[in-house]
Design a protein around this ligand. Sequence first.
Ligand code: FAD
Length: 478
Amino acid sequence: HSALVWFRRDLRTHDHTALYHALRGARRVFCAFVFDREILDALPDRRDRRVEFIHAAVAELAQGLDALARTAGGAGGGLIVRHGRADGIIPQLARELGVAQVFANRDYEPAAIARDRRVAERLAADGVGFADFKDQVIFERDEVLTQAGQPFRVFTPYRNAWLRKLDGFHLQSYPVEKYAARLAAPPAGHALPDLAALGFEATNLSELRLPPGMSGGRRLCAEFRARIDRYREARDFPAVKGVSYLSPHLRFGTVSVRELAAFAWHRGGVGAETWLSELIWRDFFHMILWHHPHVADAAFRPECDRIRWDDAPELFAAWCEGRTGYPIVDAAMRQLEQTGYMHNRLRMIAASFLTKDLGIDWRLGERHFAAKLLDYDLAANNGGWQWAASTGCDAQPYFRIFNPVAQSQKFDAQGRFIRRYLPELAQVPDRFIHAPWTMGGLDQQAARARIGQDYPAPVVDHAAARERTLARFAAIKG
Ligand code: FAD
């Protein structure tokens, strides 16, 4: 019999769980990707780097599948690409192709779970099976539990249990090459639509140093392997090339998380161990979302839904547009706008600033990041926001309030990152770069950075905002 593999956030031809299982079990295997209107229509902007990133990855995937089939001695494979609602197209495609089963890798987002359930039901009505697999994380759902058999709510004990459970078996890759001759060529008429046909326009993606597709993922991996030993010291400094920049590739599965985790695990040393911890955070937030889907629109801790956030549209706009008067926050927000990426340290600073300094509901910030981040992932983004807002599963209670000036002094001491994104502050001396409003009039003139004219005055006073935040949280304690 034949089978259909439905690609979603796993746009690669190697170490692919669903593809492996389909190839092992069926005589002929078709592969498909759907540009899902349900997802595309919800995007706020017709210029969206993610659509372009996926488009490039899908083109490479189609070629890669064909090459894979030929190398294995088959007649050639490829990818059926369709455009419409996935929950209708997949069952229809299964009927057209006459497959006995559809294979996919699991997605843990509530909307994806609901979609997959609809698809499975429609397939079942036609007598077609639906099989899904773990692929995008190392451990999922109930695989790592407390001794009492409960899901963890705090990261560190989760990480320890995760590491205890890890062994070579869980990191083994799925050798799709072995049966790749069974890949079937797509029927005619399934070519890749161009961006315009999808209703989108080109972005500046090609100007960024973020190569898409499997080839881009490979390149970034190779670069990062040479830096991983220094990860622990370098990872907190946004002006330094310390982190991997692999998040969009992990998001869309153009790299294999098993391969990356295996590399870090075998490498050992503090750099690789620290980096492996970041992959464990990724598993952790997916696990949290799976067990607590309410976090998608409510606080992880229910009492935190009683917090009275401020309604401050002007302050929110200043934050989004990078004109809060706090250079580290503004540079971070401009990095997001210009590149679709923001360094992790800056995500924490920007999120803390929105919730703790401006007193604005974390959900607004979360939504803004969701619209802009190339690596946007519901589980990680929500987890990061709830961590910063102190509404989430965090051992530290609400009194963690970042001081944006102190953070800036510590992690961008010479203001190199700030100056990269705020050219108006290029000539401000190092000692004022973190708080330019403390410059006297003459210094402002000399630096051509007049506060209130060339660069905004701070929109809030941090010390006063801190007191308001403590009161805001104290109010829900009783
Ligand atoms: P590296 O430091 O090289 O880390 C390697 C990988 O580990 C990352 O690619 C990512 O997949 C994973 N990872 C690292 N840190 C975390 C974390 N805290 N939680 C979950 N996974 C992590 N990450 C996303 O992938 N998508 C998001 O939408 C997202 N939103 C965030 C929002 C906020 C407010 C915060 C504080 C963090 C968010 N993160 C998100 C986590 C983290 O900032 C990014 O994963 C990281 O900056 C990506 O850069 P990198 O690949 O160079 O990271």
